[in-house]
Design a protein around this ligand. Structure first.
Ligand code: ADP
Ligand code: MG
Length: 159
């Protein structure tokens, strides 16, 4: 662990956001948790969908888990969990959904991660999406404390 490190990326289109998601996805492994912050329409699901589809062995729809809360996909090396916790009834459901176990064993992409409270792993990578200057622009701010992300993000984004 180190102090909070951040990296800011600018996306000008859904495709550019997809490209970032794919690059990042190629460097993920079991036990990685991505906390996807941003208002409604920021692009959290779009980002997660691109990342998941880039890892799936065969093409599959990736619907928003708005109502199911969690969707689970078979990744090449481990499961990929896509969660939208906006409608989470309470903190206990984090355990009931099996999310706390999945944090250790799967790749987890979590929308509305503020609902996790204290249960958000300190090793997670935070991805915040905010609107840019024009309608299809987004600013992606990555932040992390785990030194484990330093080299991997460098490879994913600069390699
Ligand atoms: P959220 O899950 O954050 O509520 P969604 O991913 O469901 O948001 O929706 C984001 C919408 O914004 C999508 O329709 C997407 O095509 C659009 N969009 C426009 N520009 C971008 C961009 N640069 N990056 C991501 N999404 C974008
Ligand atoms: Mg969403």
């Amino acid at each position: 662990m180190h102090s909070l490190a951040t990296r800011t990326l600018h996306s000008g289109s859904p495709d550019q956001t997809c490209a970032v998601a794919r690059r990042l996805g190629a460097h993920l492994r079991a036990g990685d948790v991505l906390l996807l912050h941003g208002d409604i329409g920021a692009g959290k699901t779009h980002f997660a969908r691109c990342l998941i589809q880039s890892l799936l062995p065969s093409p599959e729809d990736v619907p928003s888990p708005t109502y199911t809360l969690v969707q689970i996909y078979p990744g090449p090396a481990c499961e990929i969990w896509h969660a939208d916790l906006y409608r989470l009834p309470g903190p206990n459901e984090v355990f009931e959904l099996g999310l706390t176990d999945a944090f250790d064993t799967a790749i987890c992409l979590i929308e509305w991660p503020d609902r996790l409270g204290d249960l958000a792993p300190s090793t997670a990578l935070t991805v915040s999406l905010t609107p840019g200057a024009v309608s299809d622009a987004r600013v992606l701010t990555l932040s992390w404390k785990s030194a484990d992300w330093d080299a991997r993000l460098k490879e994913a984004l600069d390699g």
